[in-house]
Design a protein around this ligand. Structure first.
Ligand code: UD1
Length: 419
């Protein structure tokens, strides 16, 4: 794991090209889904992120064989033989997405014991919707000593309505349903591009999933799943981070290897602030030469504004012309970064689920801490436009979701290094 700090100086406007990697939030569920299959699955465009390595370690612990071909950004997983159906807190506690192995293990082996993931910096993040789904499919669920057990000789198709379109619950239930007996229907499910990518992967392995990308998904259970080759979709959050950074620094960059459709809410909001965006099928040019207009944003499930880009967008609004209101509806505690922003001179007041951001003429460099992954990325953007030098600690959070982010920023002209 790359640890340490980033030292960042006030930088010139970002200029140049940046190539976006494969999506973290796609590859993690797809890696978990490989547990359902009987043959080798080769995943391409896999980002080299610490979260990917943590999940790979977990998959190996339970019996999967993995192999990297880093030149081709390919990770192969073969999980014919599962030797263990439980995981330790040490590993699962490092990353909430580890809970995504529950659906596949339950469907394939009939039992699983996992530590409850617990809360994190952005909220309590329960898994009740995942468990309600498994239970509707006939699993016996019990919880004790911080662990959750699920057992089912054979899962049965069910009709499941999610109280909230949770991304993780939708993914976990889809995975479990692929090997269940009969048809499972999930209503009010998440329709993020990552759900579509997971479903495409599973369908290539022989699953029968219809409706991914809408709010109702139907899965006809099949006897078994086979291997396949699959290329992971580009990371829309990494792309959005660089687009916002370019706008915030009055830069002019081209973001390559993206699906512009996945970035609609960010494109719309950037345009509202006065930023110029030119779209083409696999890239976007973002340029800004004027004053940033204050705008209001509200995070929502896809295709609404992504919660993962709330903190980076707030960086830009911190020095916009006027007052913006940022409302977070997805996570109850995703304003931890505001304290760090204020250390850099931002003028932000939190009122329940909204933050009122009054643009200041300049931010100032300071010693700050990355409180979570996306908050860390936001602090980098702040640091690029702040006067003087900024020191960001706890950057292991940033490495969870951005592969050597400093290399990409350096190529665009940023003045930063890792110590
Ligand atoms: C995923 C993403 C994360 C993103 C989030 C929202 C991955 C690995 N992570 O997280 O980057 O910020 O989607 O787009 O893909 N909830 C419940 N009960 C549950 C499950 C969720 O109440 O059983 C609540 C959560 O506490 C939260 C909201 O639903 O308030 C959204 O969570 P969810 O969509 O499940 O997020 P994750 O899948 O954890």
């Amino acid at each position: 794991m790359n640890c340490g700090k980033f030292i960042i100086q006030n930088s010139p406007p970002l200029r140049g090209r940046v190539t976006i990697g494969g999506s973290k939030n796609s590859v993690l569920p797809i890696m978990a889904a490989a547990l359902l299959t009987e043959e080798k699955c080769s995943l391409f465009d896999v980002p080299e992120l610490s979260d990917v390595y943590v999940l790979e370690k977990l998959l190996k612990q339970i019996g999967a064989c993995t192999e990297w071909d880093t030149k081709r950004k390919c990770l192969s997983i073969e999980a014919k033989r599962i030797v263990k159906t439980e995981a330790d807190y040490d590993l699962v506690g490092q990353m909430r997405a580890s809970f995504l192995i529950m659906g596949p293990l339950l469907a394939k082996t009939g039992e699983v014991k996992l530590p409850l993931p617990g809360g994190c910096a952005i909220g309590t993040r329960p898994v009740d919707l995942h468990l309600k789904g498994f239970s509707a499919m006939g699993a016996e669920i019990s919880q004790e000593h911080g662990y959750v057990w699920a057992k089912a000789k054979k899962l049965a198709g069910a009709h499941i309505y999610l109280d909230f379109p949770s991304v993780g619950a939708t993914e976990n239930i889809i995975m479990a349903a692929t090997l269940a007996e009969g048809t499972t229907t999930i209503e009010n499910c998440a329709n993020e591009p990552e759900i579509v990518d997971l479903s495409n992967f599973l369908n290539s392995c022989g699953a029968q999933i219809r409706g991914a990308g809408t709010d109702t998904v139907r899965i006809n259970g099949v006897e078994k799943l086979y291997g396949c080759d699959h290329t992971v979709i580009p990371d829309r959050i990494e792309a959005g981070t660089f687009m916002i950074a370019a706008a915030a620094t009055n830069g002019d960059i081209t973001v390559e290897n993206i699906v512009p459709d996945h970035l609609k809410p960010i494109i719309a909001k950037l345009r509202e602030t006065g930023v110029t965006i030119e779209e083409s099928p696999t890239k976007i040019r973002v340029s800004n030469s004027g004053i940033i207009k204050a705008v209001d944003i509200k995070t929502l499930p896809y295709p609404g504004f992504p919660s993962d880009l709330q903190a980076p967008f707030m960086s830009m609004l911190s020095h916009a012309n006027g007052i913006s209101v940022v409302t977070e509806t997805v996570f109850e505690n995703r304003f931890m970064h505001v304290g760090e922003f204020k250390r850099m001179g931002a003028d932000i007041k939190i009122d329940s689920r909204s933050a009122v951001v009054e643009g200041v003429s300049k931010l100032t460099g300071a010693q700050v801490k990355a409180t979570d992954l996306r908050a860390g990325a936001a602090l980098i953007i702040n640091a690029l436009i702040a006067d003087g030098e900024t020191e960001i600690s706890d950057i292991h959070h940033i490495d969870r979701g951005y592969h050597r982010i400093e290399d990409k920023f350096l190529k665009l002209g940023a003045r930063m290094h890792r110590v």
